[in-house]
Ligand binder design. Structure first.
Ligand SMILES: Nc1ncnc2c1ncn2[C@@H]1O[C@H](COP(=O)(O)OP(=O)(O)OP(=O)(O)O)[C@@H](O)[C@H]1O
Length: 536
C-alpha cells in the first residue's frame, strides 16, 4: 500500500487501527475484508460496514481503501458530473446473478449537470441537501439485482415515476431522505426498491448465520402495512428477501415465529412493534434501514413517541421518510432525527392531486344522506367503485346500511373496530368488484391503493386539510382521472380558509355559500384589499 494512502486514513482513535495499537494490523484494502458494524459503531458511508477509519479529505466514516476511493470519486463526480462511471464489477452469487457498480451505486447516466437540472425542473423535482445523486431515467441505471428489475417489469413498472427517479438513487446511496410527493405517485416502490436491493445484497454476501431483520417499514394502519408487505413480496420474489407483518389483530405468536425463522424486512404498525420488542426477544441490532411511511401522521402526537422509541432502539439506521403532505414542522423534526438529510419534493407540495376532478357541494348536515343517495342513483354522477369517507365508526355502519335500503346498492363499512379478518374480506370483495361502495372512516384515507376507485365522496370533512388531501388522493392513482365529491357546510368552518386555497390551486369551482362565508374572513382569509391612492 502506498504510504500516502495509509497516511490519509485515520482510525477513530487517531491510530491506524483500533484493533491494535501497533501498526501490525494493515489498513483494510477491500471492503469485503471489513466486518459488519456493531450497534453504536460508525458505519462506512459507502457500504454500511464498520466505519473503522475517517477519510482525511471528507471527514466521513469509511471501512477500507476501496470505499475511500469510491467516496472520493463520488465527490469528484458531483463536482464534475461528466466523468465516466466506474467499471462494472461482477460478483459471484448463489442462484442470483447480479451486477453492482462499486457498491450498488447509481451512475449519472451520462447526464451533465445542466441536463440534470433541466430534468429535475421538467418533472417538478425540488431538492434540498448536499451531494444529491442525479435522478435516473430507468430502473436499469440503478444496478439493481437482476431479479428485482425483472419483478419491476412484471409488475408493469416500465419507467420510474418522477419521485422514484430521484428517491431510489438517493436511497441506494444510503442517504437519509424526507420525500414529499402526490398521493398515488409511486412512493411505496421508492422505498421498497432500495430496501429490497440492500437486504438481498447483504444476504447474498453473507449466506450463513442467523437471519435477523435488516429493515423496518412503519405505517400508521394495518391495511397500509398489509398493502406494503404485499408489494414488498411481489417485488422481492425470487430474491433472498422474506417479510414479516407485525400488526394488531393477527396472532402475535405467528409473527414472532416468522421473525425468529429469519426475515429481512418487518412491516409494522408502531404500537404492535413496541409490544413485540418489550415482551419478546426480537433482535433488531442489524436493522440498517428504517422507513417511516406517512411520516407527517407518524410524527404527530399519538404516534411520535412510539416512532422515536423504535428509532432510538435501532443503531443509527438510514431513515427514509415519505408522505404526500409534509409541513415545515415535519421537515424540522425529520432533520433533527437524521443527519445530512436530503429533502425531495415532487410537484406542488401539500396540494390535492391535480388528476382529481373536484366537486364541492354545500349541503346542510341533515340533508347529506339524501344528497348522497341522489348521487348514487344518478347515472350521470355515480361512477363506481366508490369510497365514501365519514367521521365515525357508527356513522360508517349506519350509512352503509342506509345506502342499501335507499338505493339497493350493496355497501359495506370499514373501520378500526372491525376484526382484521373482516377488514381483509371487505377489501377483497371491493377489489374483486363484488361490492362497489365502501363507507370508511380514516382507516382507508392514507396510502391504500384502491386501484380501481374512480370516485371518492367526502361525506364528513376530516379534521385536517392533510387528511382531506390523502382521502381525495384515493380517487386517482398514477395520474388516472378520478372524481372527488366533497360535502361542506358551516360545521367545517375551521378548514374553510385552507380548503378554499387548495381548491383554487387546482382550479376547482367553489360553491357560493363557501366563497361568501363569514367564516372565511373570521379565520384569517379575506379578499385582497383595494389599493388606496395616496397624495391625491
Ligand atoms: N414506476 C411505476 N410504473 C407503473 N406503475 C407504478 C409505478 N410505481 C408505482 N406504480 C403503481 O402506482 C400506484 C400508486 O403507487 P403507490 O401506492 O406507491 O402511491 P403512493 O405515492 O404511495 O400514494 P399514497 O400517498 O396515496 O400512499 C400503485 O398501483 C403502484 O403499483
Amino acid at each position: 500500500m502506498e504510504d500516502n494512502q495509509i497516511a490519509s486514513l485515520m482510525d477513530h482513535n487517531g491510530t491506524l487501527d483500533p484493533a491494535c495499537d501497533t501498526q501490525e494490523c494493515p489498513v483494510k484494502q477491500r471492503c469485503q475484508e471489513q466486518r459488519e458494524a456493531l450497534p453504536r459503531e460508525p458505519h462506512c458511508v459507502i457500504c454500511g460496514r464498520y466505519g473503522e477509519y475517517i477519510c482525511d479529505q471528507t471527514d466521513e466514516d469509511i471501512c477500507s481503501i476501496e470505499c475511500k476511493t469510491i467516496l472520493l470519486a463520488r465527490h469528484e463526480k458531483t463536482k464534475n458530473p461528466r466523468l465516466n462511471p466506474a467499471p462494472l464489477v461482477k460478483i459471484p452469487t448463489n442462484d442470483e446473478c447480479f451486477y453492482v457498480k462499486g457498491n450498488n451505486k447509481t451512475d449519472l447516466g451520462g447526464l451533465t449537470s445542466i441536463q440534470i437540472e433541466s430534468l429535475r425542473s421538467k418533472i417538478e423535482l425540488c431538492i434540498k441537501g448536499t451531494s444529491v445523486p442525479a435522478p435516473v431515467l430507468s430502473f436499469s441505471s440503478c444496478y439493481l439485482p437482476e431479479k428485482l428489475e425483472k419483478n419491476l417489469e412484471s409488475a408493469g413498472y416500465v419507467i420510474p415515476t418522477p419521485v422514484q427517479m430521484q428517491a431510489i438513487p438517493a436511497a441506494l446511496e444510503r442517504r437519509n431522505l424526507l420525500v414529499s410527493a402526490d398521493t398515488g405517485s409511486g412512493k411505496t416502490a421508492s422505498f421498497l426498491v432500495p430496501v429490497i436491493s440492500y437486504c438481498s445484497s447483504i444476504r447474498l454476501r453473507h449466506v450463513t448465520g442467523q437471519k435477523n431483520p435488516l429493515a423496518v417499514v412503519l405505517s400508521p394502519t394495518r391495511e397500509l402495512c398489509i398493502q406494503v408487505e404485499e408489494q414488498a413480496k411481489l417485488l422481492g420474489k425470487g430474491l433472498p428477501f422474506k417479510t414479516a407483518l407485525v400488526v394488531g389483530g393477527d396472532p402475535l405468536a405467528g409473527q414472532i415465529y416468522r421473525i425468529q425463522n429469519g426475515v429481512e424486512l418487518i412491516v409494522a404498525t408502531p404500537g404492535r412493534l413496541i409490544d413485540l420488542l418489550t415482551k419478546h426477544d426480537i433482535e433488531l441490532s442489524e436493522v440498517s434501514i428504517l422507513v417511516v411511511d406517512e411520516v407527517d401522521c407518524m410524527l404527530q402526537n399519538g404516534f411520535r413517541d412510539q416512532v422515536m422509541r423504535i428509532f432510538q432502539a435501532l443503531s443509527q439506521p438510514q431513515a427514509l421518510m415519505f408522505s404526500a403532505t409534509v409541513s415545515k414542522e415535519v421537515e424540522r423534526m425529520a432533520s433533527s432525527m437524521a443527519d445530512d438529510l436530503i429533502f425531495i419534493s415532487v410537484g406542488k407540495p401539500n396540494r390535492p392531486s391535480n388528476s382529481v376532478k373536484h366537486i364541492v357541494i354545500w349541503v346542510e348536515s341533515k340533508k347529506k344522506k339524501q344528497k348522497l343517495f341522489e348521487i348514487l342513483m344518478s347515472k350521470q354522477h355515480y361512477n363506481p367503485p366508490v369510497v365514501v369517507f365519514v367521521g365515525s365508526r357508527l356513522g360508517a355502519d349506519v350509512l352503509s346500511e342506509a345506502i342499501f335500503t335507499a338505493t339497493g346498492i350493496k355497501a359495506l363499512s370499514i373501520h378500526g373496530e372491525k376484526t382484521m379478518k373482516d377488514r381483509r374480506e371487505i377489501l377483497r370483495q371491493f377489489l374483486t368488484g363484488e361490492i362497489s361502495i365502501i363507507v370508511s372512516t380514516g382507516v382507508l384515507g392514507r396510502g391504500i391503493d384502491l386501484l380501481k376507485v374512480q370516485q371518492v365522496i367526502i361525506f364528513d370533512m376530516p379534521n385536517s386539510m392533510e387528511e382531506f388531501i390523502h382521502q381525495v388522493g384515493r380517487a386517482s392513482r398514477m395520474g388516472e382521472e378520478g372524481t372527488a365529491i366533497t360535502f361542506v357546510n358551516d360545521e367545517d368552518k375551521k378548514l374553510f380558509r385552507e380548503l378554499v386555497q387548495n381548491l383554487k390551486s387546482v382550479g376547482a369551482a367553489i360553491p357560493k355559500e363557501l366563497a361568501n362565508s363569514k367564516y372565511l374572513s373570521a379565520y384569517g382569509f379575506s379578499q385582497p384589499r383595494k389599493r388606496r391612492k395616496y397624495g391625491s
